[in-house]
Each structure stands twice: as structure tokens, then as C-alpha cells.
Design a protein around this ligand. Sequence first.
Ligand SMILES: [Zn+2]
Length: 341
Amino acid sequence: MPSTKQVTLDAPLDMHLHLRDGEMLENIAHGSAHTFSGAIIMPNLVPPVSSKEEVVAYKKRIISTIGNEDFTPYMTLFFKPSYDKAFLESVKNEITAIKLYPAGITTNSEGGVSGFDVEELRPALSAMAELNIPLCVHGETNGFVMDREAEFVSIYEKLASAFPDLKIIMEHITTKESVAALDKFENLYATITIHHLLITLDDVAGGMLQPHLFCKPIAKRPEDREALLKVALAAHPKVMFGSDSAPHPKHAKESCGCAAGVFTAPIALQLLTELFETHDALDNLQAFVSGNAQNIYGVIPLVKIVTLEKKTFKVPSDYNGVVPMYANEEIAYSIQEVKNG
Ligand SMILES: [Zn+2]
């Protein structure tokens, strides 16, 4: 009797995740904590997480929400140019990275950086390099929406050459220009989402507007998606999976003034497995969803073995009021079993 095809993933990691806070945290945290061994948690709460007290308290709220799931929240601070070495030393053991947002570019990023003057950033970024704290960057300018990321590449290059010992992670890259930058600088790395591997702007706005596929950075052109697929499917050692799963309540997405963010956390592993199988690249999935991240960040994840089986999974219409990508549609893979260590 032919048995169902299975794929086993060891300690999947989501290196870019929005867990939010309060009621939303309670509604969605389990979706990540069940199938992922850990995740880099974004700090863009209101107000942003920017002190030791705030990061410790936020981590506590996450851990109490997820209960007894084996899941490590890798915490981040919201970058401020005023961070000095003494402060960074005092907070180093509580965080895995620091996230830099250009001012006003995405959800709750109003307090971000507005100029990218190297000398102004030098004290904080040099101290981070010395203390081996990676810098995660939302790389978009305030330019035309389709060009924002490509325009930001020159800022990535400026930072990468000014701070050669600083690990810089280009978050949720969406363009061929960012992919090309990866191989130009030793200290540039990247996360890639599942939705940017699957969709282009056509899927968002080519027909009826699809609010649940609207996010920042916006999905780009087919050739950009091709460039992303090429490095993700090959598990290029400098790229890692980061869902950028960003939940908003249904009314904030299906409204005039749709909030930016695609909610994928509970379906990400199923979609990745289907995608890698379609491209005959399943052998590289483990590195893309865990191995590369472990090497880049130097983290040792909790044991968690996730088995997926080739069995149709119908995506629910919502998870506690949050509509996921591909709601009510079918994915070729289901989660069969999750074994904690
Ligand atoms: Zn994000």
C-alpha cells in the first residue's frame, strides 16, 4: 500500500515575526509556538520596545501566553541612535538583535530613524558590532512604493562598509537588487517571507483588490520573485526564513484604509513544504527554515520535530478573528505531528 509522503523538519525557526500584544498576542501566539521552535520577535508595539524593562516584561507576557509549548521568543529592541555601549551591555543578555525602522515606513514605526548619517549612527552601531548584536533593518526609503526597497540598497551598502563587523540583516527582502547585494558584502544577510516567494503585485492588485495580501514591503514584479526563489530554494547560506507574519483584526484589513501585513504563521510550514516540493528543492528546506538561521545568529533552538504529510489542508477562514493568507483555500501539505524534546 503506498504510504502518504512525509516531510520532517527539525526545529523550524521564524526569523521575523510580529506577535503583537494584549488580546492579539493571546489570539495568535499559539499558531507560531506550536509549530516553530523559536522566532525573532519584532519590537514595534505601541510604544516600541526600547528599554530593558520593556523587553523583559514583553518576553514574560509572551511566555505566559504560550504556556507549555516549547518555543523560544528571541527578543529584539527598537533601534534608537541614542543607545550607548553601557546600555547595550546591560541589555545584551535579554536580546538577540536590534531592529531598525526608517521613521514612519510601516506599522508603528513613527519613532524610527530618519537620516542615515553614518557618524550619527556610529556610537550605537559600533557598540553593537563590538558586542556582536545583529542589526535587523526594515529597508525602505520614503520614495515611490515600488522603488523603496531598491533605493534603500545604497543605504545597506553604506552601513555594511562603514561597519564591517556588524551583522546586518536585510529583513523581508522583495527585490532582485537586495538579492544582488547579499553577495557584495560579507556582513549582509537576509530574511525572506513565504508570501513574497508566492505572490507578485498582480496577486494583490491585478484583479479585485486583495487586502489580505497587502503588506509592506509590497509584493513586487515577477523577476523579483524569481530572484528571491532562486536563493531561497537553493538555501543560499545568507538567507533564512522569516515569515513577517503580521496579524491585524479582520476589520482593520477589510476596510477603507487597509492595514499592511499578511498573516501566515499557522500555515507557513505547510506552504513552504508545498513550494519546495513543487520546485524539487525539499532537500534544502531544512537549511532555509532552520540551519542557516542557526549559523547566522548562533542560536541553538529547542528540540522540536515537525512532521508534515502530503494531505490536503483547507486553510480556515480565520484564526480567532484574524484572516490568514489563502483563507478557505487548499494547501497540499498538513501538519501531521509535532514532537517536543
Ligand atoms: Zn515585519
